[in-house]
Design a binder for this molecule. Structure first.
Ligand SMILES: Cc1ncc(COP(=O)(O)O)c(C=O)c1O
Length: 384
């Protein structure tokens, strides 16, 4: 028998993700799965019809590397109406295979060995491995329970000559916190004379509540000139499995982005892009989202009101955090497992979103679920 190949793992610290662990446990114990971030209701029937129409009429070969031009035109229109920013669809938008690929490509296009990248945690789990794969050094700023707000002076002190990039995510998964105009202005000041790219993960741009307005980097000309902003149709149109997103940024950054994009996906699903181009012609398809998800958040809060868990205010995203400090002193991972096995509801422990595994006794529940699922989960949570 030949011997195994000897190699150094490029991601030695990466194991099975917490999402796989909790979903596996949920399946095993037939628990209600509020752990992973995806809706358990259907995407629009009209959108599915548009996809099949496009397949049937032969829209099945490679799309343009930058993405379907009709779709890029629609995105530019959407950006103009939401953020009053003129974007050139030819040079400033690229369609990607979801936001994760856009983030990975953006990081790999710019971060070189030894470059520092500031990451604000709790954070989406792809950021740090993507930085590490290209030899970058993650520099972590921790948001703290219960406010999860940024102290910009503290954050500014993390910058060095080597800071190539900073990642922000608003509204933030998992904290449910949305940056305010004053936050973006602070960031603008910090980045003013620095050679640092801003990578802005805005996949929850439409999931923002209580009349708050999404503060996109696209609204701030000084920020835009050094930014790449990332979006996901999966989050907006309830079809996370389709994996289509896009990235927006000034042409000189987009040129470099496309050099890498061209060799890690080349181009993205043709019939779905064509379908999305038609679907986006009606802004009502996304303008109703804040109300739709705010109603779900409020219903879930009402259903869990009588429980011992303490909710932490969710300004955006489809995640509700709860502190369980009145219920248990167990670690958040152990408590999340107990809740799944003994009480029948799966969630995600927030320590999973911190490199330090910081444990504030907080769990994340996804409320992108049917009312029936939320009702069942709420009843179980109230029995705690
Ligand atoms: C903050 C954040 N960014 C990016 C993504 C990934 O989006 P996509 O499914 O389009 O890759 C997610 C999905 O959970 C997310 O929460």
């Amino acid at each position: 028998m030949s011997s195994n190949i000897i190699f150094n793992s490029k991601l030695p610290n990466t194991g099975t993700s917490i999402f796989t662990i909790m979903s596996g446990l949920a399946n095993e114990h037939k628990a209600i799965n509020l752990s992973q971030g995806f809706p358990n209701f259907e995407t629009s029937k009209r959108l599915m019809d548009l996809v099949s129409e496009n397949m049937l009429k032969g829209n099945n070969q490679y799309a343009a590397m930058q993405g379907n031009l009709d779709l890029r035109n629609q995105i530019a229109k959407k950006i103009q109406s939401l953020y009053q920013k003129d974007i050139d669809p030819n040079t400033e938008i690229t369609i990607t295979a979801g936001a994760t690929q856009a983030l990975f490509t953006a990081i790999n296009a710019f971060v070189e060995k030894g470059d520092e990248v500031i990451v604000i945690e709790p954070a989406y789990d792809s950021y740090i491995p993507s930085i590490e794969l290209c030899g970058g050094i993650p520099v972590v700023y921790e948001l703290e329970y219960p406010n999860y707000s940024i102290d910009w002076d503290k954050l500014a002190s993390l910058f060095t000559e080597k800071t190539k990039m900073i990642l922000i995510n608003t509204p933030n998964n998992p904290a449910g916190k949305a940056l305010k105009a004053s936050d973006l202005s602070s960031l603008e000041t910090i980045l003013e004379n620095r050679n640092t790219i801003l990578l802005s993960d805005e996949v929850y741009e439409h999931l923002i509540f209580d009349g708050k307005i999404h503060e996109s980097v696209l609204k701030y000309p000084n920020l835009y000139n050094k930014s790449l902003a990332v979006y996901s149709f999966g989050k907006t149109f309830h079809n996370t499995g389709w994996k289509i997103g896009y990235v927006v940024g000034p042409d000189y950054l987009m040129k470099e982005f496309r050099k890498v994009h061209q060799f890690n996906v080349f181009s993205v699903n043709t019939p779905i892009q064509a379908a999305l181009a038609t679907f986006l012609e009606d802004p009502n398809e996304y303008l109703g989202l804040p109300n739709f998800y705010q109603a779900k958040r409020d219903y879930f809060l009402a259903l869990t009101h009588a429980s011992k868990l303490e909710p932490i205010h969710c300004e955006g995203t489809y995640f509700q955090l709860f502190s369980y400090k009145n219920v248990s002193t167990k670690s958040d991972l152990d408590f999340a497992k107990q809740l799944t096995i003994e009480n029948g509801v799966a969630s995600i422990p927030i320590s999973a979103f911190y490199s330090s595994k910081r444990d504030d006794k907080v769990l994340r529940f996804c409320f992108a679920k049917t009312d029936e699922t939320l009702e069942k989960a709420g009843a179980l949570i109230c029995k705690l």
